[in-house]
Design a protein around this ligand. Structure first.
Ligand SMILES: C[S@@+](CC[C@H](N)C(=O)[O-])C[C@H]1O[C@@H](n2cnc3c(N)ncnc32)[C@H](O)[C@@H]1O
Length: 334
């Protein structure tokens, strides 16, 4: 099997240099999975792919501070530059000083900014290779002045304290669609306590808002950074909730809720991807109690009405501010 992702194709040219490769934040690529000993990633989807092939798979939050995991480490530079800086600082804290690290990424994904940033961090570097519109750099871990923990950001909105991290949706800002969704929920949520699922929780704004109103919240996200941010948001507000890593409903088999609330994803890195939102809408009836509701917000142009009609046979538009729409659908059979 050959590498498919351009950054992996560049690594393939270097494969004789790797005996026990650990990859950090990689794309899912069959060749890379076969080639590597283990992965550290914030993406639950990627972790499952490595695990399925019997490889070691960790989130950065599973490893104890300073617990080393590998000697040949390649970091895949992420779309969010601040997240890349966080990974580098984390690697410098996690691995012994002087451990070699390579950094690979696509030119359109910002890898060309990496040398300047390595200079700023005081990390020595060399360019190793350049092809397929990607570059590969080599550096070494150093003792840094500032810690990776300083990337966590706290801000206030709607009477809540939100805790966010680079790479988490909307990092440090509140989404206009989410605000419209919460405004619409304010007038439609019943006074009784509900068992609610927040699908794709991000920094936990919807979960915290619901928990603050006394509802029993389960929050899920495919990103380990979002899961950690949501846990910290709930804790910062003295609120309780169950927060899990899940690819849509994968961690919730057989579970049902009174309401499912979501600002669903429609991007994966730079690409548009309706897969998760389609699975959310399509499987929502199985995960709702009779009479239960799905309430989602979306950009007006997204094709969710068709999916809702197919899954629920009916739906309502609960709010519309021209840019975003809030849709509600009820599971029949009360
Ligand atoms: C539009 S954001 C909404 C975040 C947050 N609820 C808010 O309103 O600010 C969508 C979220 O879905 C998450 N997500 C993407 N794919 C997912 C999947 N397959 N399963 C669960 N969550 C997913 C993303 O990580 C992101 O946090």
């Amino acid at each position: 099997m050959s590498a498919q992702a351009p950054a992996c194709q560049l690594l393939e040219r270097q494969k004789d240099n790797y005996a026990s490769l650990w990859v950090v934040g990689p794309p899912v690529d069959g060749w890379l999975i076969d080639q590597s000993t283990g992965v550290v990633s914030g993406d639950f989807d990627a972790l499952r792919e490595w695990q399925a092939k019997g490889k070691q798979a960790r989130t950065p939050f599973d490893l104890a501070a300073g617990e080393p995991f590998g000697k040949e480490v390649v970091l895949f530079w992420p779309k969010a530059h601040q997240l890349g800086i966080w990974w580098l600082k984390w690697l410098c804290e996690q691995l012994p000083e002087g451990t070699p690290i390579e950094i690979v990424g696509e030119h359109q994904g910002g890898i060309k900014r990496v040398p300047k940033m390595l200079d700023e961090l005081g990390m020595p570097w060399d360019k190793r290779d350049n092809a397929r519109r990607c570059s590969l750099f080599a550096t070494r871990t150093v003792a840094l002045d500032s810690s990776s923990a300083s990337a966590w950001q706290t801000f206030g909105t709607l009477g809540l304290t939100l805790v966010s991290h680079p790479g988490v949706f909307g990092h440090g800002k509140v989404d206009e669609g989410t605000l419209l969704l919460l405004e619409s929920l304010e007038s439609s949520l019943p006074k009784k306590t509900l068992k609610v699922l927040d699908m794709g929780c991000g920094d936990g704004i919807i979960s915290a808002w619901l928990a603050q109103r006394g509802h029993h919240v389960t929050a899920v996200d495919v990103s380990a950074f979002a899961v950690e941010a949501c846990k910290r948001t709930l804790a910062a507000n003295g609120l309780e909730g169950r927060v899990l890593c899940s690819d849509v409903f994968s961690a919730l088999e057989g579970e049902q809720f009174d309401w499912i609330v979501s600002n669903p994803p429609f991007h994966k890195e730079r690409d548009i991807s309706y897969g998760p939102s389609q699975r959310l809408i399509g499987s929502a009836p199985e995960h709702l109690n009779a009479g239960g509701r799905l309430v989602i917000v979306a950009n007006g142009f997204l094709p969710y009405p068709e999916h809702l009609q197919r899954a629920f046979n009916d739906f309502q538009t609960l709010a519309d501010n021209r840019r975003f729409k809030v849709y509600g659908a009820i599971k029949s059979g009360r």
